[in-house]
Write a new protein. Structure first.
Length: 419
């Protein structure tokens, strides 16, 4: 009987990685004539890769203290479904991707059943909630991290952690040409494009998009603005984005594009968000994974973020890091502007984005800093092949990328030799 693997991701970026991990595991298992069953939480991409979705990730992707409280009945209902499936099926191993509020609860359940747990993409415990380290030590078998400063942090806390590199840093840039991208998305290739990325969750889009669009309206020039729609947004939520665009984007040439063509389990294609960032002149980006995508594309950008007043008040008391944007944390300095909470206004956004559009020192300096960042995210890994498990994948300094390493560690937990 093939082993069963519980795999869970709750947001767009984690769901993307989950699909890649499933694909890599299938290939590594197939190389030895084996297979596995996958079940847990995911979205369209993980389902397409072979996941039996007990819970849909879009049902759980909420942010901020106040929104979580408002949706608690639904969240607890879906969490109970996941726990029930774990108890009934007793998986051979589990892979949890980011999303700590749910995943620490699942890790406790899995640990009680003797299921080894691999955690991929660390929760930001180094920024706040350091007391949760004890949960990692108790319930997590292996912690695989994607930022270089995370490995020493965890190891100093007695956690078996390993820096595997960032999956996005290993992907080739989208192959789609500017002309092809324009034709597919109704864009004018003669105009200058600016990317607007207000996040992947409905609440953050509602909080950020109005200010972003008002700032865009203040730009003087012949611009087209691209808003990629995250694959975890359902039809109703996509309609909400369109309504916000109409309400606050008057006078702008806006193009809302689907980000459904992102890298799947069978390899990279031209994802909407990544292609937008590659071809845009500059971007306004919500704090999160998209900032790393923008940095890797070499696209100058401004980081914006806003949460509820209560969430911000709590975070301000406990967050101990000097920067909010992951790009700045990795670099150890302010590489890109951060406009957080009260500074997330149309006026401040406009002030920061305008110098990045013409050729000149501000734009050139940021592009040079972003080019150095890519090396930091791949250092110690030689990605000599696709993330499909081919070659030796036994950690930093050996061949194989982040996704291949995750698959290899999962097979170690299953006591199956990887190929």
């Amino acid at each position: 009987m093939p082993p069963s693997i519980f795999i869970s991701a709750g947001e767009a970026s984690g769901e993307h990685y989950g699909a890649l991990v499933i694909g890599a595991l299938k290939k590594q298992l197939a190389a030895s004539g084996q297979s596995a069953e996958f079940f847990g939480m995911g979205g369209e991409r993980m389902a397409a890769a072979g996941l039996e979705c007990i819970v849909r990730s879009e049902e759980m992707a909420v942010m901020g203290l106040t929104e979580v409280v408002r949706h608690l009945p639904r969240i607890w209902r879906e969490l109970r479904k996941l726990k029930k499936s774990i108890c009934a099926r007793r998986p051979s191993a589990a892979i949890l991707i980011d999303f700590p509020e749910i995943h620490f609860r699942l890790a406790k359940e899995l640990h009680s059943l003797g299921v080894p747990v691999l955690y991929f993409v660390s929760p930001q415990l180094w920024a706040w909630k350091k007391h949760r380290i004890k949960l990692v030590r108790k319930y997590i078998s292996r912690m695989l991290v994607i930022f270089p400063f995370e490995e020493p942090f965890y190891r100093e806390q007695g956690v078996h952690a390993e820096f595997v590199g960032h999956p996005l840093a290993e992907l080739p840039q989208p192959a789609v040409s500017r002309a092809q991208f324009a034709a597919e998305n109704g864009l004018d290739p003669a105009k200058t494009w600016i990317g607007l990325l207000p996040g992947s969750r409905p609440r953050e889009i509602r909080d950020l998009l109005p200010a972003i669009l008002r700032a865009a309206r203040g730009l003087a020039g012949n611009y087209e603005f691209i808003i990629p729609l995250a694959p975890t947004l359902n039809a109703s939520q996509r309609d909400d984005v369109r309504q916000l665009a109409k309400l606050y984007g008057g006078g702008l040439t806006l193009r809302l594009i689907d980000d459904l063509g992102a890298e799947g389990a069978d390899g990279p294609t031209a994802g909407g968000a990544r292609a937008s960032l590659l071809h845009a002149r500059a971007s306004i980006v919500a704090s999160g994974t998209a900032t790393v995508e923008a940095a890797l594309a070499g696209n100058p950008f401004v980081v914006v973020y806003r949460v509820s007043a209560m969430t911000y008040a709590i975070a301000k008391r406990v967050v101990t890091v000097p920067h909010v944007a992951m790009v700045n944390l990795i670099a150890g300095k302010r590489v890109v502007p951060e406009l957080i909470q009260s500074e997330c206004t149309p006026e401040y956004i406009l002030r920061e984005i305008e110098p990045l559009l013409p050729d000149g020192p501000p734009r050139q300096s940021m592009m040079e800093e972003l080019a150095q960042l890519r090396g930091l995210l791949t250092r110690g890994l030689l990605s000599t092949g696709p993330a499909d498990g081919a070659g030796e994948t036994s950690g930093a300094g050996k061949t194989g990328g982040a996704i291949a390493r995750v698959a290899a560690v999962a097979l170690e937990l299953l006591k199956i030799k990887s190929y």
